[in-house]
Design a protein around this ligand. Structure first.
Ligand SMILES: Cc1cc2nc3c(=O)[nH]c(=O)nc-3n(C[C@H](O)[C@H](O)[C@H](O)COP(=O)(O)OP(=O)(O)OC[C@H]3O[C@@H](n4cnc5c(N)ncnc54)[C@H](O)[C@@H]3O)c2cc1C
Length: 474
């Protein structure tokens, strides 16, 4: 089989790697080409090393709870290169009226699970706390595809949404919670309401069951988030290195694809045309839409409809002595209602070892996202100044940073708005009508790296199965 994968982000590389694995297991010939428009592999994943610091320009970790990325690391034989978070400092702060307040212990993304930390927290008002308790008695309600904002407001009240759910969710999806589909992003909360009515009670019960579940599971070894000691790029470099020599072609920008005589033709900006029996498209959905516009305008339109948000990170390196705050957490989030131009800050060198040399700290400030995109119009120097102006008073920093690194991610984060699940299904159905075509990546069924790995690997597996079936049927 001749397979072309477009896009060498983690989704495309996972697809390519799985295809090679499967073809080898079955003793089938495979000719593989991975076409990447940029001059490097990894897409959003990018690690840089500078003066003893390790700077992540994109993702800094992946979720171990979703098994696919961890399983891939095991198959690659690189699990021993992973590191866990330093859980002595496993807590998050929330900015409220100019100060950092710890998120109450047991707060699980949208709802509290422990009474005393909530009662004693100064992050919420008394009416706000009482309104959260309303979840215990409120009846079921809402639409099957409700926005996350509407759901939290309905069950737990405005403060829970504005002070916790919105900023935490912005940190993951860089999204507006009033647009974000709960069903497409965190269906477990919908399921909790359907099954147990109260989200708080459902979380309480789940927390009581959790220790028993974890006893024999991989969760015991790994923290919720894990990363590579040498940075996230280790994953994509390892994947690329396991592909046949010469398979990955950089600076090959794909301009369009066509179906001719039962095969795929892939045109690149350099004028080279590639032919394939099977085609995996792993760029952002808006790029896939451009590639498919003549093959299937309807499908291209569905892809184009997936909105994307832009974001940026500003990494700042300091001497430890220049930061007065104890940095006793993984970082802080900034609620939109605080009207600040940043959305979060990770204490990178506290969260993971090896991110800063002894006696130094690395902080990473997030800007942009669906609710704050205008900030990105500023040049790099303005973004650095904005980040410094914001974190300075909160963390007690007046010194100049040793260096600053700005990374921009334009239209990189797909937004799973209300209606996304139906759209993703329509895309799958439309793509399914084209033999040998698969669309993979964070745009469809999960934005995180673990989901991207799953989507790439599933595509490779089903393409090879289809090829086997076709061979058997001949
Ligand atoms: C700032 C930020 C932080 C994040 N943090 C985390 C995190 O901590 N944990 C987590 O799990 N997830 C995180 N994510 C999400 C995660 O990074 C992405 O979901 C994932 O990396 C997407 O991988 P992908 O391969 O699907 O897409 P991409 O990484 O976008 O790769 C797509 C590739 O396709 C290429 N391409 C595009 N068009 C063409 C074309 N015409 N021709 C050829 N090639 C093309 C691009 O150059 C790119 O290399 C974060 C995202 C951002 C933006």
């Amino acid at each position: 089989m001749r397979l072309v994968v477009v896009g060498a982000g983690v989704s495309g590389l996972a697809a390519a790697h799985r295809a090679v694995e499967r073809a080898r297991e079955r003793g089938r010939p495979l000719t593989l080409t991975v076409l990447e428009g940029a001059d490097r592999v990894g897409g959003t994943i990018q690690t840089e090393y500078r003066d003893g610091f390790l700077v992540e320009c994109g993702p800094d970790s992946f979720l171990s709870e979703k098994p696919w990325a961890l399983a891939l690391c095991r198959r690659l034989g690189v699990e021993d290169r992973l590191i866990r978070t330093d859980d002595r400092f496993r807590r998050t702060f929330v900015v409220h009226r100019g100060r950092l307040h710890p998120l109450p212990d047991g707060f699980q993304l949208l709802a509290p699970t422990r009474l005393w930390p909530l009662v004693s927290s100064r992050l919420f008002s008394w009416p706000g706390k009482l309104r959260m308790a309303g979840d215990l008695v409120l009846p079921r309600g809402g639409d099957p595809d409700e926005s996350l904002g509407a759901f939290v407001r309905r069950r737990l009240g405005r403060e829970a949404l504005e002070r916790v759910a919105q900023p935490l969710v912005a940190g993951i999806y860089t999204a507006d919670p009033d647009e974000l589909s709960l069903r497409a992003t965190m269906p477990r909360f919908l399921e909790m309401e359907r099954r147990e009515r109260s989200v708080i009670l459902a979380l309480w019960r789940a927390a009581r069951r959790a220790p028993a579940q974890h006893a024999g599971a991989s969760g015991a070894r790994w923290s919720l988030f894990v990363t590579f000691a040498r940075g996230m790029e280790d994953l994509v470099h390892t994947l690329a290195a396991r592909l046949p020599a010469g398979a990955v072609r950089l600076k090959e920008h794909v301009t369009g694809v066509a179906r001719e005589d039962g095969r795929w033709r892939i045109a690149t900006a350099g004028g080279v045309a590639h032919e394939a029996d099977a085609l995996v498209l792993a760029p952002e959905a808006h790029q896939a839409a451009r590639m498919l516009r003549y093959v299937d305008p309807g499908l291209a339109h569905l892809l184009e409809e997936i909105p994307y948000a832009s974001s940026g990170t500003v990494s700042l390196a300091y001497r430890r002595s220049d930061v007065r705050h104890p940095l006793d957490g993984f970082g802080f989030v900034v609620p939109h209602v605080e009207r600040r131009p940043i959305i979060a800050c990770t204490f990178s060198s506290v969260k993971y070892v090896g991110r800063a040399p002894e006696g130094h700290v690395l902080l990473r400030v997030f800007v942009g996202g669906a609710l704050n995109e205008a900030v990105l119009e500023g040049d790099d120097a303005t973004l650095v100044q904005t980040a410094r102006d914001q974190i300075g008073p909160l963390l007690g920093i007046t010194a100049e940073p040793l260096f600053a690194r700005v990374a921009r991610h334009a239209r990189a984060m797909p937004q799973y708005h209300v209606g996304h699940s139906a759209r993703a299904q329509a895309i799958e159905q439309a793509a399914g009508r084209h033999p040998g075509l698969r669309l993979v990546g964070g745009a469809y069924r999960g934005v995180g790296i673990a989901d991207c790995v799953r989507s790439g690997e599933e595509a490779a597996e089903t393409l090879l199965e289809d090829a086997e079936r076709e061979r058997a049927g001949r």
